[in-house]
Design a protein around this ligand. Structure first.
Ligand code: NDP
Length: 338
């Protein structure tokens, strides 16, 4: 059973050497009386919050730290090989938290979800129909309280969450601008994902001026994925009574000292509502979300861009790639066919 382990706690920018590829043996039959589920992993998901789990346990983190020397865990799509749990049987396709390995023993299978729709790519359950999808859905429709005609800005717009937020905002009748870190991503936003405009933040000398150019009358809604200097520039460009949904701050995840934000006074002067949120608090909305988004996919109203790495041995570099913007769309790792 090939596995990826965390070598030790990570400080600074993560490196491939922070993870080790190893192998162990696993019995593909459960022992008598076990209530666990044994799965074969098909796709693994690379998500930015995993970096927070690679750090020494921190008071400020919302994610429980990984254990050095143990297998990395994250979202994935798997097939049940053997089951001691009444809700699952061999052959079932499931998604949820699994290990970065070929086969995993899931001891709390009640947290796994059975895959309901197989007319969409299975890997979608790591992205558009998985945790990032629900994040975009709750963050946009509930935290941003959008109205038709409003102006919406999305950072890390071509990624797993951002590309969906932009498309939801277009379906709502908003004016949507996204930012990303390469020309290829900008073309994708404008030509495939339907954003009204997009800019490469790495090529802008002055982010405040770039946002002013894209939003001459200001931003009603900011979907925050990156933090740092971008947040400061956005605050200066927000309209009165604007809303900021704080989803993530990826520019800060590899820093031991987080950047200060200077323009928070704008919250008062412009009566802005800024709210952080976490997807796990909204799991009960999954069924409603799934029905809606599957319908959007079938009707061709939303599309989803994925970046698929091949094989467990390429999982560490795929994960690290999130922090330099190597991924174009949702980063997935293909492990095995059904
Ligand atoms: P993405 O698929 O967007 O991948 C990360 C992207 O972030 C990269 O491709 C890169 O794109 C961009 N990025 C990396 N480093 C920086 C930097 N220093 N400054 C600006 N941009 C950077 O990831 P997700 O869509 O999965 O996640 C987006 C955000 O949402 C993250 O902050 C994540 O932590 C958060 N999140 C929060 C959840 C919640 O419950 N609140 C749940 C899921 C995600 P580029 O080329 O544009 O630089």
């Amino acid at each position: 059973n090939k596995q990826v382990l965390l070598k030790d706690y990570v400080t600074g920018f993560p490196k491939e050497e922070d993870m080790v590829l190893t192998s162990s043996t696993i019995d593909l039959k459960l022992s008598q009386g076990s209530t666990a589920v044994l799965v074969k992993n098909l796709y693994l998901s690379c998500d930015p919050y995993m970096r927070l789990r690679m750090a020494k346990p921190l008071v400020q983190s919302y994610a429980e730290a990984f254990v050095p020397g143990k297998v990395i865990v994250g979202y994935g799509v798997s097939k049940v090989v053997d089951s001691g749990h009444p809700d699952f049987k061999a052959g079932d396709l499931v998604w949820g938290i699994t290990g970065w390995e070929e086969y995993s023993l899931i001891t709390a299978p009640e947290r796994l979800k059975k895959i309901k729709y197989t007319d969409v790519p299975l890997s979608y359950y790591t992205g558009i129909l998985g945790m990032p999808g629900l994040t975009a859905y709750v963050g946009f429709y509930e935290i941003c309280c959008p109205k038709k005609g409003e102006t919406v800005y999305v950072s890390a717009a071509s990624g797993a969450v951002g590309q969906l937020v932009g498309q939801f905002a277009k379906l709502m009748g908003c004016y949507v601008v996204g930012s990303a870190g390469s020309q290829e991503k900008i073309d994708l936003l404008k030509n495939k994902l339907g954003f009204d405009d997009a800019f490469n933040y790495k090529e802008e000398q002055d982010l405040t001026a770039a946002l002013k150019r894209c939003f001459p009358t200001g931003i009603d809604i900011y979907f925050e994925n990156v933090g740092g200097a971008m947040l400061d520039a956005v605050l200066l460009n927000m309209r009165e009574h604007g809303r900021i949904a704080v989803c993530g701050m990826i520019s800060q995840y590899n820093k031991t000292h987080r950047d200060p934000v200077h323009n928070l006074f704008c919250l008062i002067s412009k009566r802005i509502l800024m709210q952080g949120f976490l997807e796990p608090d909204h799991k009960h909305k999954y069924p409603q979300f799934e029905e809606q988004v599957v319908q959007y996919i079938r009707e061709g109203k939303v599309t989803y861009v994925e970046d698929v790495a091949e094989g467990l041995e390429n999982a560490p570099s795929a994960l690290i790639g999130l922090f330099s913007g190597k991924n174009i769309g949702k980063q997935v790792v293909f492990i095995a066919h059904e």
